[in-house]
Design a protein around this ligand. Structure first.
Ligand code: HEM
Length: 407
């Protein structure tokens, strides 16, 4: 069987098959869909439990070997840094960056999906890599834009575009290498960002693997946060009753307390964000290679075979959720009969031990966007009846034009 051309059709076909075949089925000769929540949890937990960064091609070419570094060490370094960054002051800086980017486009007729992506991605960049010169920052931003465009664009780019993206990517990689080197030898200031922990780990990691680690974060912030922000804008625009509920809550919160801990200060808004992420989880599919053999009941996954995971498929599965296609944030109220049956059912940030490290800051960012939409800006959408959601690498609102003005 071949993959149909249009991603929407492909997703639709996968959903139909998942419903009739119990969540685990061979998509084609090579790829097993693992859309059953407990199986997805189990396969992820086992497959990645001992994931280690080994030598790179350059090591093999130079006939040298590098100390193996466990992925859990890398994640621990990221999570420690993110814990330090989880303060009202740091959240306040993120929110200010978001506002600056929106303010620069006030009253302009824009593609709202693109604006949301721009706001999310550019405001997150200093968290991943801070202290760049304007030229360096411009280059890395163009690299992030290229990464996102390649993911969400409806058309495959031309060869020339690919070449241009590759050049930008290589130059952006050189910036990261320079930053790491200069921080290590004291020519550049150390920063509170997700790159800095790897300056101390450079002797073990080596420059190539350190670049891979930083690139993993840059790639992660280039994709899901922007499309999630666009989906949030899409649902916000379509739901006047939720606009009212959010506005009531967010105009009453103490801004300082909100910056420190948005989910506990604004539970209605938190539910709204969770529901947006349930219905429109990016990325729609994760493709993984199995390292072990798995007995999955009616079939087996052998080492070396590919499997697909999908928060989206789990979130839209009628065996897992009641009325999965209905937008209702109140399903996240404690004890709601249409809520998640257990922790395996709601997985917008993936599965341990590869689960998204940015889940908390992403939630802060999306809640801050709600706050801004309810207290600072007014959103107007042109021809709302024409706006649709396209399922590409992630859900992306289409024909989503309009503007933000100051209240
Ligand atoms: C709404 C926004 C976001 C969504 C929906 C999202 C979702 C995801 C998902 C589904 C994965 C794959 C998990 C798996 O393989 O099981 C992932 C991985 C990852 N995410 Fe996010 N993410 C978001 C924001 C962020 C942010 C803001 C950061 C950085 C601060 C980040 C950093 C990462 C990293 C580094 C990984 C790879 C983790 C690993 O390989 O161990 N993400 N994310």
């Amino acid at each position: 069987m071949t993959t149909p051309q249009h991603p929407d059709d492909f997703l639709h076909m996968m959903r139909m098959r998942s419903a009739s075949e119990g969540g685990i089925f061979w998509v084609d000769d090579e790829r097993l869909a693992v859309f059953e929540p407990e199986a997805a949890r189990r396969v992820s937990a086992t497959n990645w439990h001992a994931f280690t960064m080994h030598d790179r091609l350059i090591d093999v070419v130079r006939r040298r070997s590098s100390t193996p570094v466990r992925w859990s060490q890398v994640r621990a370094a990221w999570l420690t840094q993110l814990h330090t960054l989880a303060t009202a002051e740091q959240h306040g800086r993120l929110i200010e960056r978001m506002e600056r980017i929106i303010d620069a486009h006030l009253d302009e007729d824009v593609d709202l999906a693109m604006l949301a992506q721009d706001v999310a991605v550019r405001s997150l960049l200093p968290l991943a890599l801070a202290g760049l010169t304007p030229d360096e920052s411009d280059l890395v931003r163009r690299d992030l834009e290229g990464k996102l465009l390649r993911l969400v664009s409806p058309e495959p780019g031309s060869t020339f575009q690919h070449l241009r993206f590759t050049v930008v990517q290589v130059r952006s990689g050189l910036v990261v290498r320079r930053v790491l080197r200069q921080r290590a030898d004291g020519r550049r200031r150390r920063e509170l960002d997700l790159t800095d922990p790897f300056v101390d780990l450079l002797p073990d990691l080596g420059m190539d693997r350190a670049l891979d680690v930083v690139t993993a974060v840059l790639t992660a912030i280039a994709g899901p946060p922007g499309t999630a922000a666009a989906s949030l804008l899409y649902e916000f625009a379509r739901r006047p009753e939720w606009q009212e509920r959010l506005t009531r809550e967010l105009t009453a919160v103490d801004p300082a307390a909100f910056r420190a801990a948005p989910p506990s200060e604004a539970p209605v808004t938190h539910r709204f964000v969770k529901e947006v992420l349930r219905l429109w989880s990016p990325p729609l599919l994760l493709v993984r290679r199995s390292k072990y053999a798995f007995d999955l009941g009616r079939t087996r996954l052998e080492p070396g075979q590919w499997y697909l995971l999908s928060p989206h498929m789990i979130h839209r599965d009628e065996r897992v959720w009641k009325q999965p296609d209905v937008f209702d944030p109140d399903r996240f109220l404690p004890g709601a009969s249409h809520g998640p049956a257990d922790r395996t059912c709601y997985v917008p940030f993936g599965w341990a031990p590869k689960k998204c490290i940015g889940a908390n800051i992403a939630t802060v960012q999306l809640m801050a966007l709600c706050h801004q939409l309810c207290t600072r800006y007014r959103l107007s959408v042109d021809r709302p009846q024409d706006v649709t959601m396209a399922l590409r690498f992630a859900p992306v609102p289409e024909n989503f034009h309009g503007r933000l003005t100051l209240r």
